[in-house]
Design a protein. Structure first.
Length: 236
């Protein structure tokens, strides 16, 4: 999803910092962007580490002078029974999925506040409880995504005086490598898709489109919202 976001934002004219824990993956995306005539740089970063996040933001500002858009997209999802989950497994998921969003949002918002404008788009999930769903086997993931939704609302209120808008997107089942890495067999995937009225997984590009919308002036009066993109799962 991060790749699709980067490609579409670059196509729309944004200068993009592509970041991931794997720099090789970032550089491949940067190459694609440049081939299409866009501008981008690759920055390796572990979003759970404050110093690395601050270094990434400094590199972006040094390169282009400002930050207008942050898409918080880094995330992991590893299935594990709650009764067997180790503290380290809980910490790893929360540190990447939630703490990482906090660190990136804070570092970017400090720059955005100086210029009195900016947009933050957080990628949550329908597995966020409350208005979403709770899912067995990924309690740490659900907790992190519920935290993202709550943090989005709180940041929208606190950062509004700086003309910084903060919204979230809650994807359903999206066809990305994370699905395979979660270790789900075809039977489990088919069972999930039975809950989806459209009876298919979403595409990464179908998340990138609303990301672009929220990042643009077309959504200038939207802040504090979580937009669900799930093929109708939550409507059932």
């Amino acid at each position: 999803m991060g790749k699709a976001d980067a490609l579409l934002l670059a196509k729309a004219g944004a200068k993009v910092v592509v970041s991931d824990i794997s720099k090789d993956d970032c550089e491949k995306v940067v190459e694609e962007i440049k081939k299409e005539g866009g501008e981008a740089i690759a920055v390796q970063c572990d979003v759970s580490k404050k110093k690395e996040v601050e270094s990434m933001i400094k590199e972006a500002v040094d390169k282009w002078g400002r930050i207008d858009i942050l898409v918080n997209n880094a995330g992991i999802c590893q299935f594990k029974s709650f009764l067997e989950m180790a503290e380290e497994e809980w910490d790893k998921t929360i540190n990447i999925n939630l703490k990482g969003y906090f660190l990136c949002a804070q570092a970017c918002a400090k720059e955005m506040a100086k210029q009195k404008s900016g947009v933050i788009v957080n990628i949550a999930s329908i597995a966020m409880g409350q208005q979403g769903v709770g899912m067995p086997g990924i309690v740490h993931y659900c907790a992190s995504k519920g935290g993202i939704a709550a943090m989005t609302e709180a940041l929208a209120v606190e950062l509004a005086p700086f003309n910084i808008r903060v919204n979230a997107i809650a994807p359903g089942v999206i066809d990305t490598p994370m699905v395979g890495e979660a270790g789900l067999d075809q039977k489990a995937i088919d069972s999930m898709l039975m809950r989806v009225p459209l009876r298919r997984m979403g595409k990464a590009e179908e998340i990138a489109n609303p990301v672009l919308f929220l990042a643009s002036d077309d959504s200038s009066y939207i802040t504090g919202a979580t937009i669900v993109v799930d093929g109708g799962w939550l409507a059932v």
